[in-house]
Design a protein around this ligand. Structure first.
Ligand code: HEM
Length: 406
């Protein structure tokens, strides 16, 4: 007989804390050794690899990421209704259909065709200051890196990068902790993006090209197609899912490599390690440390009954340090042998990162170019991290010095 979640004795952990992310992780990883489950201010948190996987792979736990706005007191039904049809938040049949239609456009092959452009982009971001041997890599490389790639992916021309960059920053206000105040700017940007995307769709309908919009227009299964509103929501999802994640993940990677110079040197000498290096960085220091779900019905898991409506956060960053899956988890080692079980930093189950192949390609190409051009990377001042909440995490500023390669 399962025990009711409210009745069991388990540790309590803060969901969001005003402390260094590393302190919070140390706390959660310590607790995970004793208990797979902890209580939070708004529900529960699963902490071990197996339990994080267990929740993310169980379709009865629905995504609560779309509820962040509601939790902030946003009640505008037009706004909330539209977010529910986004692939990021949709559930059940709506989600299955969207995912089936768009998945081929996000295949590893689609990501691979952008690799030469990714290398060109990283090289051109580094060029202006490469000779000086100094950079503030967050502002100089990480922040600007994803926008040209997303534009190229969508088929937006170079002259629109600036416009796109502004719209992306305004759309990303959806993650701000004062969304209500930022709502007018957000809604305007969403409208502008919609008009812009409709223009792109029109162009691609008459002249198809080798890009995502063309692939999405062509995506069809058994006579079913994405309509224009769904196409624009996909573009919105690509911006929301693929911009801040990638730039913060690259920032975390460079901060880590500055701390582990021997790993950076290893990568510089052997570019074939880029693939493993990306997986190890994601495991060791993922930009998305956790996500949230709610129980769509009463759910029994591991002998505990979670009533319908229960909030559950899944601590991927704790699961990634589970020694029963990853031996010596505290060691950062880019030559680590794959263990057959994936790290959790790109999620799992039906909401597994749609842009995973693209994200991996972006990071692999950036790692290869930078490790060969920025030798002896080291910190040139303190790393300042963004506030550690439950969302996307990374450095706000990362000054480095390095030896430029000849
Ligand atoms: C290193 C970079 C990235 C990280 C760490 C990351 C992480 C994640 C995680 C953890 C999830 C699952 C969220 C959940 O289950 O609640 C997710 C979903 C998603 N990601 Fe990524 N992501 C990255 C890059 C990208 C890129 C480049 C794109 C798009 C081009 C993208 C698009 C998406 C979308 C659309 C979803 C929702 C999928 C669904 O619900 O079916 N991501 N990502």
């Amino acid at each position: 007989m399962a025990s009711l979640a409210t009745d069991i004795q388990i540790p309590k952990v803060p969901l969001i804390v005003d402390q260094q992310r590393s302190d919070r992780h140390a706390l959660l990883r310590g607790i995970a050794k004793e208990s797979w489950l902890a209580r939070t201010d708004i529900g529960y948190s699963v902490l071990t690899y197996e339990s994080v996987m267990g929740i993310l792979r169980d379709k009865r736990w629905h995504s609560a990421t779309g509820m962040v706005a509601q939790l902030q007191g946003i009640t505008d039904e037009a706004f909330l209704g539209r977010r529910r049809v986004s692939i990021l938040n949709a559930e059940g049949e709506v989600h299955v259909r969207l995912r089936r239609l768009v998945a081929p456009a996000f295949s590893p092959r689609s990501a691979d065709r952008l690799r030469p452009f990714m290398r060109e982009t990283v090289n051109s971001l580094l060029d202006p200051f490469a000779a000086s041997g100094k950079a503030e890599v967050v502002g100089d490389i990480c922040e600007p890196y994803p926008i040209p790639i997303i534009c190229e992916l969508l088929g937006a021309p170079k002259e629109d990068w600036k416009l796109f960059s502004r719209l992306a920053s305004e759309i990303l206000l959806i993650f701000s902790d004062n969304l209500a105040q930022n709502m007018p700017v957000f809604l305007n940007a969403q409208q502008e993006l919609e008009k812009y995307t409709e223009g792109l769709i029109e162009k691609r309908r008459s002249v198809p090209a080798d890009d995502l919009i063309t692939d999405l227009i062509a995506a069809e299964e058994a006579g079913d197609k994405l309509n224009t509103e769904e196409l624009t929501m996909m573009v919105d999802a690509v911006i929301v899912g693929g911009t801040d994640t990638t730039r913060n993940q690259l920032g975390l990677a460079l901060a880590l490599f500055a701390e582990y110079p021997e790993q950076w040197a290893l990568l510089g000498k052997d570019p074939s390690l880029a693939q493993r290096a990306v997986e190890e960085v994601l495991r060791f220091s993922g930009a998305v440390g956790g996500t949230i779900r709610f129980a769509s019905e009463d759910i029994e898991y591991n002998g505990v009954l979670f009533p319908k409506g229960t909030f559950m956060s899944t601590s991927m960053s704790t699961g990634n340090y589970d020694a029963s899956v990853f031996p010596t988890p505290e060691t950062f080692d880019i030559t680590r042998e794959p263990v057959g079980q994936p790290h959790l930093s790109l999620g799992a189950g039906i909401h597994y990162c749609l842009g995973a192949s693209l994200a991996r390609a972006e990071l692999q190409e950036a790692f290869t170019v930078l490790s060969q051009r920025m030798l002896n990377l080291e910190l040139d001042g303190p790393v300042v991290y963004k506030p550690s909440g439950i969302g996307i995490f990374g450095p706000a500023s990362l000054p480095v010095k390095f030896t430029p390669s000849r």
